[in-house]
Ligand binder design. Structure first.
Ligand SMILES: *[C@@H]1O[C@H](CO)[C@@H](O)[C@H](O)[C@H]1NC(C)=O
Ligand SMILES: *[C@@H]1O[C@H](CO)[C@@H](O)[C@H](O)[C@H]1NC(C)=O
Length: 230
């Protein structure tokens, strides 16, 4: 019964997220587009400035288009800045990169080490890479996702330890490439992962994630939360 309910619940959420995304892909439903370009030809040169320009308590989809380039900055979508579609020029071409790690001289911890932090509900990212290039220094998060109802299409998550900190909320990851060496997907997010780039040959559906290390299937998943291993 509980399982049936969960399934139903996730289907509903899945449809909602998909609908959101279909809405955002139809130009008519995008309220406005903000362009970010390193060469100064856009509205802003940094993604941070573009996000900070979104009105608080925003409830209309705003596209932030980020032209190809490596953006060396930490990016944060605050809780009251939802309905953002962050769109790059392809995950190989548009990269957000920073290098904080837990216990570094700047006193970062796992959470604050994140290059990208998403706290807003209703967030979509497309064709962009989030990278933490701290190296083999322990926990160094590329993206921490704690907003609810968030979806990622064709995105890259690059790091070594704790790359994708899927902290909490209902999330959907499609065709995303996720790389790391230890616990590289962790958190309590209730997420669906599917698509072309399967990490470690594991495809997970509506599973609660613990920590995934290459070559391992997570214990929680093994205990019957419908992971597909192939
Ligand atoms: C964007 O991501 C989608 C997958 O969701 C992929 O099919 C498409 O080729 C990507 N576009 C670019 C420019 O990388
Ligand atoms: C996410 O949204 C669902 C409803 O769609 C809600 O039941 C759930 O409590 C929310 N989760 C968080 C972490 O806010």
């Amino acid at each position: 019964m509980k399982l049936a309910f969960s399934l139903f619940f996730f289907l509903v959420v899945f449809v909602l997220v998909t609908l959101h995304v279909h809405q955002v892909s139809g130009a008519a439903n995008i309220w406005k587009t903000i362009n970010v370009n390193l060469d100064g030809t856009g509205d802003f040169k940094t993604i941070k400035e573009a996000i900070d320009s979104v009105p608080e308590n925003n409830n209309q989809w705003i596209r932030i288009h980020v032209s190809a380039g490596v953006y060396e900055e930490k990016v944060h979508t605050q809780q009251h800045r939802g309905f953002i579609l962050l769109e790059g020029d392809g995950r190989e071409n548009t990269v957000i990169e920073w290098w904080d790690y837990a216990g570094d001289p700047g006193n970062h911890d796992t959470v604050t080490s994140a290059t990208f932090t998403s706290r807003a509900d209703s967030f979509v990212a497309k064709n962009i890479t989030f990278k933490n290039s701290a190296g083999a220094v322990g926990q160094a998060v590329a993206a921490m996702i704690q907003g609810n109802h968030s979806a990622f299409y064709g995105c890259g998550f690059i790091g070594l330890q704790d790359t994708l900190y899927d902290q909490y909320g209902l999330h959907y990851y499609k065709d995303c490439y996720i790389e790391g060496s230890a616990d590289f997907i962790c958190g309590n997010g209730q997420s669906i992962f599917e698509g072309r780039y399967n990490f470690c040959g594991i495809r997970m559906r509506w599973t609660r994630i613990r920590c995934i290390t290459p070559g391992e299937v997570d214990e929680e998943t093994k205990s019957g939360r419908a992971a597909e291993v192939y």
